[in-house]
Design a protein around this ligand. Sequence first.
Ligand code: GLC
Length: 555
Amino acid sequence: MEKKWWHNHVVYQIYPRSFNDTTGSGVGDINGIIEKLDYLALLGIDIIWLSPIYKSPMDDNGYDISDYQMVDPLFGSNEDLDRLIEEGKKRNIGIMMDLVVNHTSDEHPWFIESKSSLDNPKRDWYIWKKPKPDGSAPNNWAAYFTRSAWAYDETTGEYYLHLFSKKQPDLNWENSEVRRAVYDMMHYWLKKGIAGFRMDVINMIGKPKDYPDAYIHDGGVLGHEYWANNNRCHEYLREMYQEVLSKYDIVTVGETPYVLPMDGMKFSHPKRGELNMIFQFEHMSIDKDNEFGDRIPFDLVTLKQLMTKWQESLHGNGWNSLYWNNHDQPRVVSRFGDDTKYRVESAKMLGAVLHFMSGTPYIYQGEELGLTNTYYEHIDEYNDLYDHNKYDIMIHDRKMTHEDAMNNIRYFSRDNARVPMRWSEDEHAGFTTGTPWLQMNEDYKKVNAKAALEDENSVFYFYKNLIQLRKESSYSATIVYGKHQLLAPDDRDVYSYIRYDDHRRILIVANFTNQIVTRSFDETVKNLIISNYDLKTVDVQSLNLRPYEVVIVEI
Ligand code: GLC
């Protein structure tokens, strides 16, 4: 496979609203990011994926855009963003912008025009359908944030499609003017010298010709057998590649729920000319039994199966993204690790298991500190609109008790990730001098970036090492391009795998329990590469793994 400059790069995701506030507004801003660039350079990351900073009514915290080429005043100005790009460049950090083009805000001028009359030139820019004879919605599709994916608009007596909130109408990609407008906007950003795009739910832009009722019910969202990963979507992406992406040396990642490795190959095989990689969701679903998220126990055997399937399938046939966290997921330490006694050990272990795989690692802000979930008491304390819809459905449709519903929300809420960064032990964790937009987690008195930087055994420095090993060590080539072999797939407690090429073999062994476990590998250790306990030498023939211990050796 042809090598690319970004193959050994590590991406750090910033959710600007929660990163660093320089104005006292309680909301993070672009200048706040600039202020922390040296911190990120020290960590060693190469690219920042910036969640949306565009003008927005903030129904979905910026994933509802009303002007694609304008920074929302809440976050600063276009000049601030130019400065971020420039200051990033000085430190070899590129900026990957979030491209949200499955939908716009309902306050985008395009939609305001579109809804104004049946014969407005932009009418066809969105997906409008007549009501059924009884006045009901055109079909039974459900959305992520509302019960129905259709909203009725009085002005013209038709319904428009919105796969997310009512304030996020879906664009009609069948319309070539829409596509042209999107491509023009992409050129605008690319000409500024950004490093690439993360594309929000990009596998949903193709819609079926007719709009049939859906039958596959995964407990919440209905209709994805029609609107996710269809041929139309691949055609649009190939066109986008021809018209835009191929003209720049950039990196792209598509957010693509409901994908299997075959889809992953289609989206990311370099010869197909679509995207560089995608975010798959299979491993993010192993602790819930459906979209509305009844929690099921974490199962390491399943995790290993899923991760290995992706590692093997895309090797030479595409490219993987590697992630445990993002702004939509609860904190991984609280999920697959231990967020109390072994917080530090399990945070490092999880990082190591992921960063030794093949693909592009994504670190979500605070992951490098081992941040954990934040549990609020009442539903009103949660900001995320998803939680409110979900709570309503759990109580009214599923007849769950308030306590059961709240337990579910507390564990899965996207706000777990969105609680502001903990910078120091100062008031509000040094995030703001005002009132944080989302209630802080009191853990900041102990867990914060300042403390991490002062402690050579912190999660921060462990992540820094992981990044260095991938980028600039004698193991880089094997970590980035080597083959993957899972060992002991049925071991319920220990995750072990080998990365290898013609020159080196690396063994990764990780204890996913809070117990001491003993394992044996018939291998001779040449070098200890990294571990999360104080180890000088290691014999893998008789290995006593302490709680959440990870040992990585050259064999
Ligand atoms: C993606 C984003 C999520 C957002 C949704 C709608 O899943 O990651 O935060 O709510 O798209 O734009």
